[in-house]
Design a protein around this ligand. Structure first.
Ligand SMILES: N[C@@H](CCC(=O)N[C@@H](CS)C(=O)NCC(=O)O)C(=O)O
Length: 276
């Protein structure tokens, strides 16, 4: 039996739902209310000491970290393989999935919170907001500092511009990879690399940042093909929460001129920093 501790708009939970759907695996979903801090409750921390979603439970065995869960699912259930069979292919998939952990997840959290999600937190009572700022069991102190700055300062947070520029680099890297002639991020076969990025790119779209791929035709084609998969609908579209999406659309449109400026200044300083 598979159980997923889940949240409708969590990019990491969506990544696992996408792998489950591709492999045709049934599971029981347990929704964890992040705004109500259910992920910081002792019972949940006993399952996942990092205090985040998703967590998978397979026949009583607990697995957390979305990239690890997806590789586990792919190995534990042989149907619809999502990893290449050879070591080089596996390395190519992990080149992409590892970046989600080292940079892209954090950048996503920054842009989402600064542009839109902070509104939900700032709407809390002063006592609840103070609890949110001070008590983050399981969380890395640096992540807490970043998150609190993003809530307090929105797009003026010191982390915002860096996150936007990191996405500009990511999309350039993906465009270059896909321009190589193969249809998917890690080659001829659809894999955990493509699955890994789907919900993150959808988040950029919700935040009205899709003009970032106007001049990236290979990337736009890849994302178009990804969206046509039945599993994209089952794992991502069917979980859309309008309350979050309406807020992201409104606030994202308002901040798009600033995002554009940040991208332009990031590219200029990058060019200036190039050795001549
Ligand atoms: N590296 C973890 C990241 C998990 C994570 O940060 N999940 C977010 C939702 S996408 C979460 O639970 N955030 C709540 C919090 O950090 O308090 C993974 O890939 O599973």
């Amino acid at each position: 039996m598979l159980e997923l501790y889940n949240h409708d708009m969590s990019v990491c939970a969506a990544k696992v739902r996408f792998a489950l759907a591709e492999k045709g695996l049934e599971y029981t979903s347990h929704m964890v209310n992040l705004l109500a801090r259910e992920h910081k409750a002792p019972e949940y921390l006993a399952l996942n000491p990092n205090g985040v979603v998703p967590t998978l439970v397979h026949d009583g065995h607990v697995i957390y970290e979305s990239n690890i869960i997806n590789e586990y699912l792919d190995e534990a259930f042989s149907q619809g393989s999502l990893m290449p069979g050879n070591p080089l292919g596996k390395a190519r998939v992990r080149k992409w999935t590892q970046q989600l952990d080292t940079a892209i997840h954090a950048a996503t959290s920054v842009v989402s919170t600064c542009i839109a999600f902070r509104d939900f937190l700032l709407a809390k009572s002063p006592e609840d907001l103070e609890l949110h700022f001070r008590s983050q069991p399981g969380a890395d102190p640096l992540k807490v500092e970043r998150h609190n700055d993003n809530i307090r300062n929105g797009v003026k947070s010191k982390y915002f511009a860096h996150a936007v520029i990191r996405f500009d680099k990511l999309l350039s890297d993906m465009e270059a990879e896909l321009a190589g002639g193969e249809p998917w991020l890690a080659g001829e076969a659809f894999s955990l690399a493509d699955i890994g990025y789907a919900s993150y790119i959808r988040r950029l779209e919700h935040l009205q940042m899709s003009p970032m791929w106007d001049e990236r035709p290979y990337f736009a084609d890849w994302y178009g093909r990804l969206q046509q998969r039945d599993s994209f609908k089952v794992a991502i579209l069917d979980w859309d929460n309008d309350r979050y999406i309406d807020n992201m659309a409104k606030k994202g449109a308002r901040e798009w001129p600033l995002v554009q400026q940040v991208i332009a200044s990031g590219r200029t300083s990058n060019t200036q920093n190039q050795p001549s």
